[in-house]
Design a protein around this ligand. Structure first.
Ligand code: AMP
Ligand code: GLY
Length: 421
């Protein structure tokens, strides 16, 4: 099977790493990939989606897997399908679950899927009136994609009103803020859950926890995610069942009723409040760094899983997961998440320790390559992943590997998985 992976992050590297080890895979392409994916397959420099689809036809690519949200929201899946190609990801219409928070919230309300009480409006007085009925903190969200920055947790009513004014005037997020959501603050613990969907059936992966803040003890600014682990012991069978019955099943059925069957990864951001799962948001792709820790726990070959999902055959697939744990620690560059940093050479010590050699690895993200040397060029540079029989063992292995990776200005959290330990 020839497979192409769209994207350039650690998420795409980790999918590629599994495909590289997969006996069913012949040729592997990344578009555009990064400085390390070229060690797993071939990087393709085509940006236009129509040209990329033609490349897939010409090179007999049997399956394309889309990593990030932007191409999905832009409709890359529709373009590939129009050429009769197999592609794993939601259509442009279904990708609105992530592309528009207003669409998502109204969908949740229509199908009685639990979510925070909210209003959606482009009218400042309506927003202010609703804010006056809430108690702080109050959550204000821009409608469109804002690269993870469009959510404001306001500490007071005044701050919430200021955030609404700035969004509606187009000052803070341009067109993405022309509609806003104002919602109640949910106080609980957060989970990331991922369902691989084929429109009708789905496979739920082990629940993960991300660490969104830059610094230890969840301090500092929000980031794309500084580390993750799975499965989390915070979820028991009862909670998994509630998520399936109250969120995933009604979402797949609802999207079918909307004539936008959901294919791809449904990423459910969940807040657990008094043991009840409430939907914070949907994304229509894997989380990053969550993907990097979920991939090593999959025992079913990745080619089979994604191919069956893309061809609506999940009902014939039995997926098995390892009974181990995985912990991923992000190493970011000096100025992340504020601005870019100077390229820095990455040096990985020779790994002489068998335990690390066999149970830990690096998923590369923001890196470029020159003459066989890797340079840190992105915000999140790489993820050190450890696997083990307990969360503690997996975490210790991840951190041991971190100690062997060097680049100028490297930055990491030292408390990944603290909630489980
Ligand atoms: P979102 O992009 O909607 O997931 O929001 C980003 C982050 O803001 C989430 O991961 C939560 O940590 C936080 N958040 C969003 N909505 C709420 C809410 N209603 N209550 C509490 N925290 C929230
Ligand atoms: N790690 C969270 C995300 O990918 O959105």
């Amino acid at each position: 099977m020839n497979i192409m992976v769209l994207g350039s992050g650690g998420r795409e590297y980790s999918i590629g790493r599994m495909l590289d080890k997969d006996e069913a895979v012949d040729k592997l392409y990344f578009a555009p990939g990064n400085g390390a994916t070229s060690r797993l397959g071939e990087n393709i420099e085509i940006k236009d989606y129509n040209e990329l689809a033609q490349f897939a036809v010409d090179n007999e690519i049997d399956l394309t897997i889309v990593g990030p949200e932007a191409p999905l929201v832009d409709g890359v899946v529709d373009i590939f399908k129009a050429k009769g190609l197999n592609i794993f990801g939601p259509s442009k219409e279904a990708a609105r679950l992530e592309g528009s928070k207003v669409y998502m919230k109204n969908f949740l309300a229509k199908y009685n899927i639990p979510t925070a009480a909210y209003i959606e409006t482009d009218h400042i007085e309506t927003a202010f009136k609703f804010i006056d009925t809430l108690t702080a903190p109050i959550v204000v969200k821009a409608d469109g994609l804002c690269g993870g920055k469009g959510v404001i947790i306001a500490a007071s009513k005044d701050e919430a009103k200021k955030a609404v004014s700035q969004m509606l005037s187009g000052k803070s997020f341009g067109d993405a803020g022309k509609n806003v959501i104002v919602e109640e603050f949910l106080d609980g613990y957060e989970l990331s859950m991922f369902a691989i969907c084929d429109g009708k059936d789905y496979i739920l992966l082990p629940a993960a926890q991300d660490h969104k803040r830059l610094l230890d003890a969840d301090k500092g600014p929000n980031t794309g995610g500084m580390g993750a682990y799975a499965p989390t012991p915070l979820v028991d069978e009862e909670l998994y069942q509630k998520v399936k019955d109250r969120i995933i099943r009604p979402t797949l059925d609802g999207m079918q009723s909307e004539n936008a069957p959901f294919e791809g990864v449904l990423f459910i951001g969940i807040m657990v409040v008094d043991n009840e799962p409430i939907t914070l948001e949907f994304n229509v792709r894997f989380g990053d760094p969550e993907c990097e820790i979920l991939m090593p726990l999959m025992l079913t070959p990745a080619s089979e899983l994604f191919y069956k999902a893309a061809t609506k055959q999940l009902d014939t697939l039995h997926v098995s997961f390892s009974n181990q744990y995985a912990v991923g620690v992000v190493m970011a560059s000096e100025n992340y998440p504020y601005k870019s940093s100077k390229p820095a050479e990455i040096v990985v010590d020779d790994i002489v320790h068998d335990e690390i050699e066999q149970n830990a690895h690096i998923s590369y993200a923001g890196v470029s390559e020159e003459d066989g040397v890797l340079y840190a060029t992105g915000g999140r540079v790489l993820v050190c992943v450890g696997v083990g029989d307990s969360i503690k063992q997996a975490r210790d292995r991840a951190y041991m590997l971190c100690g062997q990776v060097h680049f100028s200005g490297k930055k990491l959290r030292t408390d990944i998985a603290y909630q489980a330990l």
